[in-house]
Design a protein. Structure first.
Length: 326
């Protein structure tokens, strides 16, 4: 179980973050009742987390549930161009989890093209024509072991099973496969800006009735086409380092290794990939010593692991949203 090490946050803050991972749109009154505090306390803590921890609640389209391709890109760049390219990628709506690694000469980026042509435009058009890009490696994500709607903060185990059950939203059962309709665009755009936007706000953004908005959002969440996620700076929780691990396994061990990694406290995301490595992991760690202990211990003991390439992030450029640097 992860332990909080912070000079500014306490257990209640972690409980609030965990509650938002369970239901990012839960009213403060319901969260307060589950946590045993007042509505005003939850609202005050929420505002402080936004200001001090970079907390944002946003809607995310689940590419895996929607049957859309996802790719992890590794871009080796000339040092003077890496930051500019990373910032340009961060402004695109189809990118997430962008970081500078390898001393600032390599960019790691997840891309989730919303249309088939977007991926070709990025990989075959824009990036190869960028002079500072020396090498492009792209690996398709095949299967998610951890991440997406399953958040990392729950690994602090700050909430009991009963509290999680009380917070979990009651959603309609999905009718057919997850899918988005063209008329969902205004609703999704509003929620991608603010996942806690009120129904009157969503009504104004979409031009639809409040009851129609409620039904459609419930259907999208119930089908898994969309989920409400949270982003924040892990540093405020005492975890100042993050790294991408490219893990090569024997073919027969790919699934068992992925499942084992999903259970590790350090793992924020893990997925099977097509390419030179078989599993890619994002690990969140306290410091460099923690990274060494994790690689030489839990990862090193996994049966079927043949090779691990660890890439510590020098700087995280984008999580789910992009905040322009000042």
């Amino acid at each position: 179980m992860l332990e909080l090490e912070s000079d500014t946050l306490d257990r209640l803050d972690v409980q609030l973050l965990s509650a938002l991972e369970v239901d990012g749109r839960a009213p403060f009154s319901r969260i307060a009742a589950v946590l045993g505090v007042s509505d005003q306390t939850v609202a005050r803590r929420y505002r402080r987390l936004c200001a001090e921890a970079g907390l944002r609640v946003v809607a995310v389209r689940d590419a895996e549930r929607l049957g859309q391709d996802q790719w992890m890109l590794r871009l080796r760049c000339a040092p003077e161009g890496a930051t500019v390219i990373a910032d340009a990628l961060a402004k695109r709506p189809d990118t997430a989890w962008i970081g500078l690694a390898s001393g600032g000469t390599e960019i790691v980026c997840m891309t989730r093209p919303s249309r088939p042509g977007d991926h070709d435009d990025l990989l075959l058009g824009k990036l190869p024509r960028t002079p500072s890009v020396v090498e492009i490696r792209a690996q398709q994500l095949l299967h998610r072991f951890y991440g997406g709607p399953t958040g990392w903060v729950r690994k602090f185990r700050a909430l009991s099973e009963d509290q999680v059950a009380a917070l979990r939203p009651a959603l309609p059962e999905a009718e057919g496969p997850a899918r988005l309709e063209p008329e969902d665009a205004p609703l999704l755009a509003a929620l991608e800006r603010d996942g806690r936007a009120t129904y009157p706000e969503l009504q104004r953004a979409t031009g639809r009735s409040e009851s129609s908005v409620k039904r459609r959002l419930a259907a999208l969440l119930g089908s898994g086409a969309v989920y409400i996620d949270v982003e924040y700076r892990a540093e405020v929780l005492g975890f100042s380092r993050s790294a991408v691990l490219w893990i090569t396994t024997t073919p027969a061990a790919m699934h068992s290794v992925g499942q084992a990694l999903a259970a590790h406290d350090e793992v924020a995301s893990a997925a099977a990939t097509a390419g030179p490595s078989h599993v890619v992991v994002t690990a969140v760690l306290r410091d460099t010593a923690h990274l060494y202990a994790y690689l030489s211990g839990p990862v090193g003991r996994l049966e079927g692991v043949q090779h691990v390439e660890a890439m510590p992030f020098l700087r995280r450029v984008k999580q789910l949203t992009y905040v322009r640097p000042f």
